[in-house]
Write a protein that binds this ligand. Sequence first.
Ligand SMILES: Nc1nc2c(ncn2[C@@H]2O[C@H](COP(=O)(O)OP(=O)(O)O)[C@@H](O)[C@H]2O)c(=O)[nH]1
Ligand SMILES: [Mg+2]
Length: 490
Amino acid sequence: MLRRLFVIIVSLAFCTTFLTIQQTQQYKLGYASSISMATPHPVFLGMKRITLMRIEQRNKLANKHDENSKRKITNKISQEQDNQRKKWSLTRSREKLLVPILFYNMGPNNLFRIFKETVPYAKALNRTLIIPPFHHHPRMRLSQEDREGNSTSDVDIQIFDETFQSVVEENADNIVDVQLLRQYVAVGNMKLFNKKCGKHIDLLVTCGDVSGKREAGLHHFTSFNDITVTRNLTVDNLRDFTENSGLQINLKSVTKVSRVLGCVGLAIGSKCLGSRKDWFDQWQDISKFVKRPVNVRMLANRFLSHSLKSKGYLAVHWRYEYEDWRDMCKDSRPKSVRNINNPMCTLAHKFTTNSSFLHDLLTAIETFTLKKNLHAIYISTPPQLTVALDAIKPSWPRLYTISDIAEYASNTDDFQTNVFETNFAVSFLEQEICYRSSYFLGSPLSSWTQTVLLDRVSSDLHQHGSVLDVISEGDNSVYPKLTWYFPEGQ
Ligand SMILES: Nc1nc2c(ncn2[C@@H]2O[C@H](COP(=O)(O)OP(=O)(O)O)[C@@H](O)[C@H]2O)c(=O)[nH]1
Ligand SMILES: [Mg+2]
């Protein structure tokens, strides 16, 4: 009797200890403080199964007091674990990929920001970075671009309350200098993703706030590209991949959870990246590998040395054109938003309707150029404004525009380029010209300007200002300031 009681007490103690250890292990493995998983990771499901099996079998074992079968079962358990491990390594040890999720309802420059923000994480997670398809800006087309779009590669893009058809750029070489980026991180295109992952993301890591418009943009991206997602992991932030940040938990956990998985997606929401300065400090070393497409850079290079003889020049970005801005000021917008936007809407309207405004604008810019001891001016604008600029250009010998580059390219026999087929590419070309300028005057509130600013500051080029400050002759109080908001930090 006493012997039986002793056996029961020992068995109970054994089971309780075993349960406690298992639970602690699960917490250590999967559920770091700021991480939540919508569906348990399959690895954890596998572990749970093994744990239950262990408990049931060990209970049986305790009842039977059979040392022999205990040994057999222990062997079976480790065999089962081995099988599980083999199964996972068989199905999951293919090349590890990271797909940046783009929000298909933002402008291309915002998409580029998000793409750039993802680059360091592909490296930190030791994954091949997939160049995702980028949509063009549906309102910004060259006159020769087909306004109706072409049905095979078009996506619906919502800008404010209207939906437009836009071409999707799938050729990675038209998006970024792939060979250069490869010097920093392994790079693949969407075809590689489709081949290796079968259009399937094993784990989608959503970082920061991805709700409302962003959530809609995310779904639009996955459905347009036919991507299915098995599991979601939500993290508050990823601001932890520098050694000294002291906030290492998130990336470590993402690494741990995704280690065995081949296909991971990363959706960067607002408030994901933490301090802008911290992000920028590590971006500065990486930025030299993230450059615009080769054909664009080559053309910019040749044009600058041929036409400007590599002289110092001022580059101006004038983003205020009426087709887009009129939308920002329409009556259906909240009054507070209209109040901010109204001064720019007025400028946008004047640019094409009031020739003396354009004359005054160029006079102010030329005076600034001479004050800075520079010799030439390049003005970059959305395509709708080139006609107005070209009309007054003959009276301004220091002024260069995209028409000069187009003319140069068409007269250069050895230079074949498809840059002038879409504004997606022309826009890159003009950004490259602005990036290389001695001084850059940008447009407040424009993401295009922010792209140029980030590229310049990353290359230690700090000569920049707001074009609105230059034209407003001292009283600039009605205009927004040129503040730096790329990347989107906290
Ligand atoms: N070619 C050219 N296109 C521009 C320029 N500025 C703006 N765009 C076009 O207008 C779009 C909208 O610009 P913006 O609102 O600042 O940024 P985005 O919406 O995030 O791309 C860009 O994606 C370009 O297609 C410019 O100076 N030159
Ligand atoms: Mg925009």
